[in-house]
Each structure stands twice: as structure tokens, then as C-alpha cells.
Design a protein around this ligand. Structure first.
Ligand code: CA
Length: 231
């Protein structure tokens, strides 16, 4: 059995039941709320690891809920939003959400995103990890500053290295363009998206077999980038 407790905040009973059923089947226990206010009152009295938050709630704006939550609560926030809300997804991530799911989603997608969110719980991105990071055939040794692809060392420029390290530290998780720019160029450069496009294209030429069909560095259209967790 899983010890994790998930709070499902969703006003549509059908979706809420589907999520609750899926979580139960996978061994997670869950609580439910149909409004933001209901969610808050649960969070102040119950131990919750991850909140699955529908952005379209009847009482409060989803982004406002994330901002409020992040003032005092540091569990995982997995946002659920309707299609064609790319701007809203990026804003949700910048506000402190960990990842998002787009409706409609499958049970498989739900569990994959939830696992990533749980893996990142309590892991501060500023904490140095002295270990070899890996996804698929791509590895990154932070002590030796060595990156290999299929066992062969590959050379990266310092900026490419910094970008890959940031993505590796958030393996499987989407990072917004703004977050990446702030992290690797410094705060204030959060609008130079062209610079990031150039940098990701350069990194893809180093780490991808077919840069036009990336396997590792995935673009999340209108939101940002994700380094695929291929195990
Ligand atoms: Ca809704």
C-alpha cells in the first residue's frame, strides 16, 4: 500500500470519481473537495502530500489558489486544466505548481504525472546531489562534470551544461521558459525566449540522435521544456 495522501480538488463529480477510482486502484488514499474553500479547510487539518487542482473551480480562480497555497503549504501541486490554456499552464507553474495535466487525460497519464510530482516532494533544487544522473542512454556525472550518451562522452558548452543540469535536477517535470531563463541567465532575462530556443536547439544537436524528433529534451508547447524520464 502507498502511504501518500492525495487531495482531489475538482467540481466535476464525474472527473472527481474517475480520479479517485484510479488513485484507489493504485493504492493511494485520497480526499476530495469541490471548491477551493473546501480544499483549504481540508489542508489545514489533514496531512496531504499532493493536491490535484482543477484550475476552473466555482469559487476561486485557480491561479489565486496556487498563490495562496504556496504562502504556507509546500506539498506537491499537480494542476488539471482544460485544453488550449497554455498561458494558464505556464502561469500556474510559475505560481508554484509542480506540473500539469490536460483534460481529457488517461489513468496512465495521471499516474505518470503524479509519480513525478511525488518524486520531487521535499527535494530542493538548490541542494547539490553528488551522484550520476541518468535518463535512458544519457548520463550526467556532476562531480566529474561529465556527460555521456550511450557510454560516449559528449562535449557541452557551459550554458548547455547548465541547462542540462537544471533539466536533470527536475527530471520528468516541465519547467517554464521563464523559470529556465531565470535559473540559467539570471533574474531579469526572463523574456529572452529566443536565446533559450537557440540554446535548446544547440543542446539537442549534442544529445539527440535525431534533433528534429527529440527523445530527451521535449518541448511543451506554449509552456516550456521537460527532460523525459526514460528510466
Ligand atoms: Ca472545473
Amino acid at each position: 500500500m502507498n502511504e501518500r495522501q492525495i487531495l482531489i480538488v475538482e467540481d466535476d463529480p464525474q472527473i472527481r470519481n474517475f480520479i479517485q477510482y484510479t488513485l484507489k486502484r493504485e493504492g493511494y488514499s485520497s480526499l476530495t473537495a469541490g471548491t477551493a474553500q473546501g480544499a483549504m479547510s481540508i489542508l489545514v487539518r489533514e496531512r496531504v502530500d499532493v493536491v490535484l487542482l482543477d484550475l476552473g473551480l466555482p469559487d476561486y480562480d485557480g491561479l489565486e489558489v496556487i498563490h495562496k497555497l504556496r504562502q504556507w503549504w509546500d506539498g506537491g501541486i499537480l494542476v488539471v486544466s482544460a485544453r488550449d490554456q497554455d498561458r494558464e499552464k505556464a502561469a500556474a507553474l510559475d505560481a508554484g505548481a509542480d506540473d500539469y495535466l490536460t483534460k481529457p487525460f488517461s489513468a496512465t497519464e495521471l499516474m505518470a504525472r503524479l509519480r513525478v510530482t511525488i518524486r520531487h516532494l521535499g527535494r530542493s533544487s538548490g541542494t547539490p546531489q553528488s551522484c550520476v544522473l541518468r535518463t535512458g542512454q544519457l548520463t550526467m556525472d556532476l562531480d566529474k562534470r561529465l556527460v555521456t550518451l550511450e557510454g560516449q562522452p559528449i562535449h557541452l558548452t557551459p550554458m548547455e551544461y547548465n541547462l542540462l543540469q537544471l533539466l536533470f535536477r527536475n527530471l520528468g517535470k516541465v519547467l517554464t521558459t521563464k523559470t529556465i531563463l531565470n535559473e540559467i541567465y539570471g533574474v531579469g532575462y526572463g523574456t529572452d525566449t529566443q536565446a533559450l530556443r537557440t540554446l535548446t536547439a544547440a543542446l539537442r544537436r549534442r544529445i539527440e540522435k535525431t534533433p528534429a524528433v527529440p527523445q530527451y529534451l521535449i518541448t511543451e508547447i506554449g509552456v516550456g521544456y521537460r527532460l523525459a524520464d526514460l528510466g
